[in-house]
Write a protein that binds this ligand. Structure first.
Ligand SMILES: [Cu+2]
Length: 720
């Protein structure tokens, strides 16, 4: 029924896919790299046609595509549901046919039996919503959306073949019209939302007539992670809190930040309305996070933008410092690298656990597109949606970019850089001012990080850029010069003096503040390493039923050392629920733009990062992991399970689910007892002799593992 990593590996071996190298494009790109070396235009030569990854020598064009001749595609904004489209059954009606204290019923495999609706905390979280949701009956206070996960056909280049990808699709749009990136969700800060995800990747899904395709003849489980969101565990996309094929699941998003810490007590109350302004989220993204198969699901297309707009951004837009959020000068750019088979289908090697590296570059699902820009300021939300590639991005013209945000959060003040490093999952929110150019000028975003496998970048080579996206400068200059957004421009501003002064403009009071040393109540060290061809943290493989850290919920802060033991390998470490602040990287300060809030820290070979992090508002389980997605799939994940303490426990009836080795209640996980058979059949790991034999000698898989099957899911639980 459902697909597992194990069955995928079997399948790929049987089909011979694992050995099928995408020769035409692989070869062309190698030629491109070699041939490009000697004849690079000097930097600033904006007319140079060279250095596109796809060689311009005539051979090896990607289905004849000449780079930068197709338009950048912007995903649609996902429309909130209206009265007549309301979610049915309503959110919060869970457990269906159940009630307080009753176990959820088994899903019946249909979309109107929502596997998991709103968790119980929805009822006693304060009503945060200050905004009209558009519903007339007044009995709800959240925005509602519906997204269908389906497989459909997509063209990466004009004239190229239509090939199957996985997409997210607005439930009100016709089947087959989904996109990758999926529709962009936009909300106001503190405007709660419910996303109902319908997983239509069923084994017997349609072919053609309904706009869907079925290239795998498998069911695929999904789990949507809202990356950068501050949400309950059940809505966070925990790796095995699946939305199974043929079923639906509700994700409740708070769209708030964490509760602020009371400076007197050092406690962040669990329920309140004093939100920490230093952690107001901005540029989030959603992507698949299903255990074992995230790499496959993401490379097939399951990712999209999720934007939160707060008063500060609106004020900055009003002042002209930032382009209007969501407007024509606010552009999301998702960068991915792909490999393709000879027939144009996406190539993915299930046995390449180093990390998937492509040789064809796409932006928003199109190979090397162009974007026409007016002679004015633009905001680009740059997302590295690649599985394993690390980019060092710059502009071909040498112009500096002003970074206003890293990962999910805006910076205190603008920081100008010539280039920045962006690992899988990271976002850099940048302002580029095109008013300095003339009409007809051409500027590229280009990558100068060389990387040939998923282990690490080889080196930054400024003389060997790969062009990713072209800007054509068009039109007249604006009649009035715009307000600049440049080095030092106040964005969130400093709420306390950390050597830069406090920002106390009454309309733009400082919001960002550091987590302080004297708030630290616990220190933990997480060492990344490799073992048996897979990846470990503190010598343990990921076990979704084992907590690797149990912080006191809302009490002070913790010092987390992420230490990279794994030879020269690179690992971008990602924390769920909360971001972190990097205090030191190998004893030094990190790059200027990455000293504030971030949810990802890239560890180069041998590096150790000292991170301050708080765990507030929601009890676990949440994961933290390497965001090189194949490493993550190969067990480089840990579980953190913030647990209520006597200081703030009145908000919870129960302790966190994983304090020790207790099972996760179905009310949190959505994993109901009847799923057990399915788990047994499909989600066992590499512990079957036949599989291990196949994997032996290939450096992958688990020859031994520490999974305790008896602790998985709701095994042993009585069905009610
Ligand atoms: Cu890694």
């Amino acid at each position: 029924m459902a697909i597992s990593r194990r069955s995928l590996i079997k399948r790929s071996l049987l089909a011979g896919l694992a050995g099928a190298v995408s020769l035409p494009f692989d070869a062309s790109s190698r030629r491109g790299r070699r041939g490009g070396k000697g004849k690079k235009g000097k930097r600033g030569d904006r007319k140079s046609e060279d250095s596109a990854n796809l060689s311009a020598e005539g051979e090896g064009l990607f289905f004849g595509y000449e780079p930068f001749t197709q338009k950048l595609v912007l995903p649609k904004v996902l429309e909130p549901l209206k009265d007549e489209q309301r979610l049915d059954p309503k959110p919060a009606a869970y457990p269906r046919n159940g009630g307080a204290g009753r176990d959820p019923i088994a899903p019946t495999g249909s979309f109107d039996d929502v596997t998991h609706a709103i968790a119980p905390e929805f009822g006693h979280f304060p009503d945060m919503n200050q905004f009209n949701t558009g519903f007339s009956d007044g009995d709800t206070h959240e925005v509602e959306w519906g997204l269908v996960v389906e497989e459909t056909l997509h063209r990466f280049v004009p004239g190229g073949p239509e090939v199957p990808i996985f997409t997210y699709r607005d439930v009100n749009d016709p089947p087959g019209s989904g996109s990758s990136p999926g529709p962009t969700m936009v909300v106001r800060y503190r405007q709660p939302s419910v996303l109902r995800c319908y997983n239509d990747l069923t084994e017997h899904r349609g072919t053609g007539e309904d706009g869907q395709v079925n290239s795998t003849h498998h069911a695929h489980e999904t789990s949507i992670h809202l990356h950068g969101g501050h949400n309950t565990a059940h809505a966070d996309g925990y790796p095995d809190f699946y939305t199974l094929a043929g079923e639906a699941r509700d994700y409740w998003y708070t769209n708030c930040g964490p509760q602020a810490t009371d400076p007197e007590t050092n406690i962040a109350p669990v329920h309140g309305d004093n939100f920490d302004e230093a952690w107001i989220p901005t540029t989030l993204w959603y992507h698949d996070h299903a255990m074992d198969v995230t790499g496959f699901n993401v490379i097939k297309g399951l990712a999209g933008f999720y934007l939160v707009v707060d008063e500060r951004e609106l004020e900055l837009a009003k002042r002209g410092v930032l382009p209007a959020p969501g407007g024509d000068q606010d552009i999301g750019l998702a960068f991915t690298d792909h490999r393709f088979n000879a027939d144009g289908t996406i190539y993915y090697d299930f046995l390449d656990h180093n990390g998937h590296i492509g040789d064809v570059f796409t932006v928003n699902g199109k190979v090397q597109p162009y974007f026409n820009v007016e002679r004015r300021k633009y905001r680009f939300r740059i997302l590295n949606a690649s599985n394993a590639r690390v980019y060092e991005m710059r502009l071909s013209s040498g112009q500096k970019m002003c970074i206003i945000g890293t990962d999910s959060w805006l910076l205190p003040r603008g920081i100008e850089v010539e280039s920045f490093e962006v690992s899988s999952g990271m976002r850099h929110d940048v302002i580029i001012d095109f008013s300095i150019y003339d009409e007809g000028d051409e500027v590229y975003i280009e990558n100068i990080m060389e990387q040939t496998d998923g282990r690490k970048g080889k080196k930054v080579d400024p003389d060997s850029p790969t062009r990713l996206l072209k800007f054509n400068v068009v039109g007249d200059a604006l009649p009035e010069p715009e307000v600049p957004c440049e080095e030092g421009t106040v964005i969130r501003g400093f709420a306390v003096d950390v050597g830069e002064g406090v920002d106390d403009d009454p309309d733009l009071p400082g919001q960002w503040a550091p987590i302080r040393e004297d708030e630290i109540v616990e220190t933990r060290t997480f060492r990344t390493d490799r073992a048996m061809g897979a990846f470990t943290i503190n010598n343990r493989f990921f076990n979704p039923r084992r907590a690797d850290g149990v912080p006191d919920l809302g009490v002070g802060a913790e010092r987390w050392w992420f230490a990279n033991n794994a030879g020269g390998w690179w690992h971008p470490m990602h924390t769920h629920l909360e971001g972190h602040q990097v205090k030191s990287l190998n004893g030094k300060l990190p790059r200027r733009e990455r000293r504030y809030n971030q949810d990802l820290t890239l560890l180069h070979g041998g590096e150790e990062a000292e991170c301050f992090v708080k765990f507030r508002t929601f009890s676990g389980p949440f994961v933290f992991h390497c965001h090189t997605v194949e490493h993550e799939d190969m067990r480089m994940m840990g579980v953190v399970d913030p647990t209520p303490t006597p200081e703030n426990t009145e908000a919870f009836d129960d302790a966190a689910p994983l304090d020790g080795e207790r099972q996760i209640d179905a009310i949190v996980s959505g994993v109901v007892p009847s799923c057990l058979d399915l788990e047994h059949d499909h989600y066992l790991y590499f512990d079957v002799a036949g599989d291990l034999d196949r994997l032996a000698g290939r450096g992958v898989g688990f020859l031994e593992c520490d999974f305790d099957i008896t602790l998985r899911g709701n095994q042993g639980r009585e069905k009610n």
